[in-house]
Design a protein around this ligand. Structure first.
Ligand code: SF4
Length: 289
């Protein structure tokens, strides 16, 4: 049987600078349907999100063998797709991990995570909320079925108030679309966010098709930048390195001015990091929980 919990980035690709951790996905697929999604290219029928079969029984068996490791949920889907509101699978998984005294790192675009603050407060935990823009209209275009940025910002405040450390992922930045995050970063600073993780859009065949369908004029302008001058890494095409550096350095400077730590995600520019890239430095010590 394929294990449910596995090492995060077991290949230790040079691009990933995350500290060692484990990962698992309660769901296969995701129904937020972000146009830039990377996982949709390698998981069939990705938007038909469904709970993993026998996830709870298998998680119980695997969690019983853990010794306080960090488990990151999720990296190939969102642990709070729309169906989680009725399924409650992620919540039941969290109950098991809390029982096993794991450290928990949540990555999500949904304010539904606040429902589970009573569990997350019982163990060392952090939440990384992805907020790519402060503009609700733009978010509707690029993340059509995810909760609005306003709801996510409110979730950041609610989690912080509940004592759960939160980082924000501006991930990805798409040039000409959301590459002016000044207002967003000022809002994040205002509500007490201490860490930003950022990346630039990485073009893959299927996400490029969606981007072209949603924003044909933007795609036309980005095409030479990615596909003539860009850098091919693995199965993705990135902006030229000097462009990525300029965009990410700009965000880092804004973060610094606003008193926040900063990390980049899979860019080959780890020199820009001012803290562990995934915000895990925010994780409380077990004795403090
Ligand atoms: S929330 Fe994440 S996994 Fe879900 S569609 Fe968006 S990018 Fe893909």
């Amino acid at each position: 049987m394929v294990p449910l919990i596995s090492s995060f980035d077991p290949w230790r690709s040079g691009l990933c600078t995350c500290p060692p951790k484990l990962t698992f996905n309660p769901y296969t697929g995701c129904d937020h349907q972000c146009i830039y999604c990377y996982a949709s290219g390698y998981i069939p029928n990705f938007k038909d999100c469904h709970p993993k079969k026998e996830a709870l029984a298998q998680l119980k068996r695997e969690a019983a063998k853990l010794k306080g490791e960090t488990v990151s949920i999720s990296n190939s889907s969102d642990p709070y797709p729309r169906v989680e509101a009725t399924e409650g699978l992620t919540r039941r998984c969290l109950e098991i991990l809390v029982e096993s005294k794991c450290k928990i790192q949540i990555i999500t675009k949904s304010n539904l995570v606040t429902r589970d603050d009573d569990l997350l407060i019982k163990v060392p935990a952090t939440v990384a909320l992805t907020i790519t823009t402060h503009d609700n209209g733009l978010a509707k275009l690029i993340e059509p079925f995810a909760p609005s940025p306003s709801k996510r910002l409110r979730a950041v405040q609610d989690l912080t108030k509940a004592g759960i450390p939160v980082s924000v992922r501006i991930d990805p930045i798409i040039p000409l679309v959301n590459d002016q995050p000044q207002k967003l970063i000022a809002e994040l600073a205002n509500i007490g966010v201490k860490h930003i993780t950022c990346s630039t859009y990485k073009a893959k065949a299927d996400n490029w098709m969606r981007l072209t369908a949603s924003m044909p004029q933007v795609a036309e302008k980005l095409k030479p930048l990615y596909f003539v001058r860009g850098e091919k890494i693995g199965g993705s095409t990135l902006l030229p390195k000097e462009f990525r550096y300029k965009i990410l350095k700009g965000v880092r400077d804004l973060a610094e001015v606003n008193g926040m730590k900063f990390g980049v995600c899979r860019e080959g520019l780890a020199q820009l990091n001012t803290a562990s890239c995934d915000g895990s430095w925010l994780m409380p010590k077990a004795k403090d929980v």
